[in-house]
Ligand binder design. Sequence first.
Ligand SMILES: C[S@@+](CC[C@H](N)C(=O)[O-])C[C@H]1O[C@@H](n2cnc3c(N)ncnc32)[C@H](O)[C@@H]1O
Length: 418
Amino acid sequence: MLRKLRRHWEQFGREDPFWAALTWKDKSDGRWSPDDFFQNGEVVVGNLLDRAAELGIEVPRARALDFGCGPGRLTQALAARFETVDGVDIARSMIANARRFNRHGNRCRYHVNRRGDLRRFGDATFTFVCSLLVLQHMKPGIARGYVREFMRVLAPSGALVFQVPSYDVDSSEPVGPARQSVPRWPLEPSACRARIRPASDSLTGRAGELVPLRVDVENAGDGTWPCLGQSDGGLRVWLGGHLALPGDEFYWRLDAMRTALGRDLEPGQRVTLDAWITLPEENGDYLLELDMVQEHVCWFRQRGSEGAVVRCRVDGGRERVPVEGQGPRIARSAHAPAPVPATAQSASWRARAWQRWQYLTDRIQSRLASREAVMEMHGLARPDVQSLVTEAGCRLIEVDRQAQEHGYEDCHFWITRQ
Ligand SMILES: C[S@@+](CC[C@H](N)C(=O)[O-])C[C@H]1O[C@@H](n2cnc3c(N)ncnc32)[C@H](O)[C@@H]1O
């Protein structure tokens, strides 16, 4: 897990280290001047120490730790106020920049630390530990491990402050803008609930043709639907469709389409998709059954969700041959075929080529998106932090809270050793 985090931050550190540390809109693409960037650190550290004094915390100015220091915005300002300071970062590229801008000689040391702990430092090493804009970018389980470590390396008379988005209740849900994530687990059955509304309830087309259909999809479950898949395409959630021909006892079904969501869909969110349906080669009055599918796992209808049905007339093709033993797949109507990667089983070469192309571009998109550097956003629950503090025998002095636009609170936790 840390490997991916490191790769992303290495890339940010190479491309735009100041902006990656402090993502002000007008400062992207190298528009932070070093002077402004480090001046900002002076203001922030000045405010932190003023706030500590207000809270009645006397911070001994011996040795400070800046965890997740980036190019050293806060580290440099700490070095002006403490005897020595250590800046620690996961990305070599960030540390290279920090060293380049170090104005305090060896009173300020920078370290690359790729571990989930701080074992390079002994217990009770630092009189001040601070970490801003760091823990929010990693999974809560990793962040909790570092919080434990902050308290381990904190000297008895010392103070710790870290910032992280927080909640009253326990939540590990990511916060922030729309995401494209690659899932690791199948969805819970309660997350497999969809409301699917096609723009039209009937379609007409020529055999083998691709016909468009606009479909409104709502996540009516209680979990996020990931829009990307693993490297074999498995586990992604997308809209699927089957063409079914009602028979006496059996339907035979054709995989008629898969349409990507484009972004993760949170519970309650909706998206409008432009689906393309591959019509079969044989004439007939079909039913197009629309449903969400988690690839290689299940159709949502198998978990009790409701799909949608569109009537579909196909002409201009072959007359239909008897079903027995001939259809691409014969299944009882109650059983949807097991989800498999999309294939056009009896469509024209043009439709097959189109589906193949869609399948390949989706695979490439998934790969690229999972390699692109992303700043994940996460939070830690306040009760969770409180219990970590108690466990470590420390004292939570104050939580400074500030409401943020995505409905979470940005918190600074102030902690001392008792
Ligand atoms: C948004 S920047 C903030 C930099 C600095 N704290 C500041 O406020 O200017 C986040 C920094 O945390 C670092 N980081 C992320 N995960 C880390 C980890 N597990 N261990 C150490 N540093 C990490 C990143 O490399 C990056 O430099």
